[in-house]
Design a binder for this molecule. Structure first.
Ligand code: 26W
Length: 853
């Protein structure tokens, strides 16, 4: 990075300076035309009107006639058409919210895993039928155009998808919300398999055009980095700190519509893209080094270039900290400058915004708000802290110690010197409070310090978040309890009321209505369509669990969804799914704690028993196991596990004995789009993490809502799913969290399970023999030796219990009437897991605000 001082006076000549004054909105003089004061009208909902609009977009936006248009042209024109239907509502939502001066939720998240936009926009505007008919009249097929969309994969997994569900629910519930995040040019990598190994390809989601975004370069925000601070005494005799940054970049906002379901509200998701500042370029251009200046541009743009694909171990990378500060600085500035009245008194900021910190990734917002208030708005420290601590709440999404972010002070001080000073002062004042509450307990004070001393000096971002937040929440009951008792015990002792739980939820719009139209119609035929925005009404389905006609139709829906999946996987991956199998689905990031290896041991064991003649294939329940999982590119064991799954799959699928009985499918690049196809077809949902490790899980909720039965441990939201659906309709296995803690304390010896369990030993021995690796006995050392010697997540300890639970699965599945009954009851009893309910909980317990209607 070029070390340049903040350039002064490098402005463009007046006649070449574009107007970027975002403070003066609207025309210079009062408009007189009647249309100029109202938002544009909405296009008509008739098929004719739709066709006219679509062809107009095709001609004027794409510049092609229908007969010369590509599928991509058609998709882009269709997207524009649907956007036009949303536009008036979007503008009206903004007007209404500003006028009401309503409190806004500022959701700060480094990730949003949105999924495709077109289907959701059609759903929210009730345009599906009109669009489908209109396109048909043009000789086009809606499904083909929908398939053209590349989903914006701007997240890794659960946390990013949760953010997307939450903003959907807030819009649907008429709550003002701005989602703030980063417009990564490359989202989560595209996974391919080469000879069974994961190979990552860049995700070029913007390549064919991005019709859903609205860039506003004129509203760009400058973000400073580096440099040093200076103290100066002002004319009033007060000492002030001045940050003299070394370099800066521009944040360009890109707005996305977040439509509520059929309610006319359209909220905004604002993602920031990094660009070089003019001043930044000019400084170097003026020095005559043109090539260096262009390189500097690339440097600035790197900040929003790529999503970090790690989903549990923060790597302490400088660019990642740059990303975090970049989007947070833009977002805070944006709200103060553009959403509030010009004369707004920032002492009242908590009345107008509440920032939700989605994990620790945006926590640098805390010192940033302090800096804004103190250095730029002349607040005293105590006044600034009073405002700040009422503006933030913090959600923790993990329990893994290695996933808690700690930023080295060396790095923080170099990149954000003023922020580090502020953090030190927050910490000092906080520790004074601790000492006052626990006099003489210096050990405790040291334990609670935001500054870790080992292995290097660093800022514990979770502690900073906890101190600054009004409320801290976990994402499922068990997780929130463990957060209080094990991760932040000192803090919950000091502030018991600060801690709360909000169990996660998922949006029924995308994950039932859109993904599973057949089930949706069946449900609506039985109980009406109110469930889509009031998911607890699924309870009304309970009596249908004993209705033979309904049960038959329910089975037909599942079968049709399997056929749909079969067609897709054949075309997408060349995978053939057999008919009539129990579809056993494990979809989630590849991580040791999630224990894909345990599922694999089950498969290997079935294979081993049948091929060695211990078990007759005809005794097996015909089953297809589907995996979907990406591994972080630097996570060796996870990648080796993927390789092992593919190698085992190849053997299993080729074994003549298992033909028609056992099949393993591992379609590459599991993402939201594939989830929407897989989940509705699933019979069995694998939620087999070691108890106490999975904060919540949300795939578990989606699968249950789509009528899959869960085989799972007492972990995360499984606990609540089981409580709601009932023990009979959930296959529980494994140790619970206290048992895990006990075994851990006693000393866990995985080898003892290998020694004492014949079935487990045979499965592991078969892998060790090189059977799945063309005779190479060491190919899978990293996976197998790890299980035998360390097995941090105790897969071997839970093996037998898992096998026993699978036997119960098979028994139930053999009785199709009983299985269907359980499946229907899973749907009927899991309405609680709607993200609408989760948002209601946040509104009541954390945000203290209500919808606008
Ligand atoms: C590299 C830093 C990092 C660390 C953690 C990046 C991302 C994370 C996330 C916390 C990972 C994540 O997605 N957590 C998941 O959050 C879901 C939503 O609350 C939960 O349902 C999952 O249990 C949790 O693993």
């Amino acid at each position: 990075m070029p070390e340049i001082e903040q350039p002064v006076g490098t402005t463009l000549p007046a006649d070449e300076t574009p107007n970027t004054d975002t403070r003066s909105f609207g025309p210079a003089s009062t408009p007189t035309h009647p249309l100029a004061t109202a938002p544009v009208g909405m296009p008509s909902h008739s098929v004719d009107g739709f066709v006219r609009e679509f062809l107009h977009e095709l001609n004027t936006n794409q510049g092609v006639t229908l007969s010369r248009s590509s599928v991509n042209d058609q998709y882009l024109a269709l997207a524009s058409t649907v956007k036009n239907y949303l536009m008036a509502r979007w503008l009206e939502t903004g007007r209404k919210t500003r006028e009401a001066k309503a409190k806004t939720i500022g959701y700060l998240s480094a990730e949003y895993l949105l999924g495709r936009q077109l289907g959701n926009a059609l759903l929210a505007t009730d345009l599906n039928e009109v669009a489908s008919k209109g396109l048909e009249l043009c000789g086009l097929d809606l499904a083909t155009l929908r398939a053209q969309e590349v989903e914006p994969g701007l997240g890794n997994g659960g946390l990013g998808r949760l953010a997307a569900c939450f903003i959907d629910s807030l819009a649907t519930m008429d709550v003002p919300c701005i989602g703030y995040g980063i417009r990564y040019e490359y989202g989560i990598f595209r996974q391919t398999f080469v000879d069974g190994r994961q190979v990552e390809q860049p995700d070029t989601w913007l390549a064919l055009g991005s019709p859903w975004e609205f860039p506003h370069p004129e509203a760009s925000v400058q973000v400073n980095f580096g440099g040093h601070t200076e103290k100066a005494t002002g004319a009033d005799g007060k000492e002030r700190t001045r940050w003299v940054p070394a370099w800066n970049v521009l944040g360009v906002p890109y707005n996305y519509m977040v439509p509520g379901y059929l309610n006319g509200r359209v909220n905004t998701l604002r993602l920031w893209s990094a660009q070089a500042t003019k001043a930044f370029d000019l400084q170097i251009f003026n020095s005559g080094d043109y090539a260096q200046a262009v390189r500097a541009q690339t440097f600035a743009e790197n900040i929003s270039k790529v999503l970090y694909p790690e989903d549990s171990t923060p790597q302490g990378k400088e660019l990642r900290l740059q990303q975090q500060y970049f989007f947070v600085a833009c977002s805070l500035r944006d709200f103060i400058d553009n959403e509030l009245e010009e004369d707004f008194d920032l002492h009242n900021l908590p009345e107008r915004i509440t920032y939700q910190l989605n994990d620790t990734h945006p926590v640098i917002a805390v010192p940033e708000l302090m800096r804004l208030l103190i250095d730029e708005h002349d607040f005293a420290w105590d006044e600034a802290w009073e405002v700040t601590r009422h503006c933030f709440n913090y959600t923790c999404h993990t329990l893994l110690p290695e996933a808690l972010e700690v930023w080295p002070t060396e790095l923080l001080g170099r990149l954000l010197p003023r922020h580090l000073e502020i953090i030190y002062q927050i910490n000092e004042e906080f520790l004074d409070d601790v000492r006052e509450a626990f006099p003489g307990d210096e050990i405790r004070a040291r334990r609670m310090s935001m500054i870790a001393e080992h292995p290097e000096r660093g800022v514990r971002m979770a502690y900073l978040a906890t101190v600054a937040a009004s409320k801290v929440n976990g994402v499922a009951e068990l997780h929130s309890q463990l957060l209080r008792d094990k991760v932040l015990p000192d803090f919950s002792e000091l502030w018991p009321d600060k801690f709360t739980n909000v169990t996660n939820g998922v949006t029924p719009r995308r994950f039932v209505k859109l993904a599973n139209p057949r089930l949706s119609d069946l449900i609506s035929d039985a109980i009406g369509s109110g469930w889509v925005t009031d998911l607890e009404r699924l309870k009304e389905l309970e009596p249908y669990a004993d209705d033979p006609e309904f049960k038959e139709k329910f089975r037909e829906v599942k079968a049709a969804n399997k056929t749909r999946l079969t067609t897709l996987l054949k075309a997408r991956d060349g995978i053939e799914l057999p008919d009539g199998h129990l579809l056993d689905v494990m979809v989630k990031r590849l991580h040791e704690y999630k224990r894909q290896s345990l599922k694999l041991l089950h498969i290997v064991s079935l294979y081993e028993q049948v091929t060695s003649g211990k078990l007759s294939a005809s005794d097996l329940t015909p089953r297809t196991v589907v995996f979907g999982a990406k591994a972080a590119p630097g996570y060796k064991i996870a990648k080796d596990t993927i390789y092992l799954i593919n190698k085992v799959a190849a053997k299993v699928n080729a074994a003549p004995e298992l033909e028609g009985r056992l099949k393993v499918a591992f379609p590459a690049n599991y993402n939201v789009t594939l989830a929407e196809e897989l989940i509705p077809a699933a019979d069995l949902s694998e939620q087999i993490s070691l108890a106490g490790m999975e904060a919540s899980g949300t795939g578990n909720m989606k699968l249950a809502l789509n009528g899959a039965l869960t085989i799972g441990t007492d972990d995360g939201a499984n606990v609540e799913i089981r409580r709601l659906v009932g023990d009979k309709h959930f296959f529980l296995f494994g140790m619970n969290e206290p048992q895990v803690a006990e075994l851990s304390a006693k000393g866990y010896d995985p080898g003892s399970y290998y020694q004492s369990n014949e079935q487990l030993r045979s499965a592991l021995d078969l892998i060790l023999s090189g059977h799945f690796s063309d005779g190479d006995q060491h190919q899978f050392d990293s996976v197998v030796f790890n299980l035998l010697n360390e097995d941090r997540f105790m897969a071997l300890a839970d093996f037998q219990s898992y096998i026993d639970a699978q036997a119960k699965v098979e028994e139930r599945y053999a009785d199709q009437e009983a299985w269907t009954r359980s499946a229907i009851l899973n749907v009927a009893r899991t309405g609680y897991f709607s993200s609408d309910r989760a948002m209601r909980d946040y509104l009541q317990r954390i945000w203290h605000t209500t919808p606008m209607i």
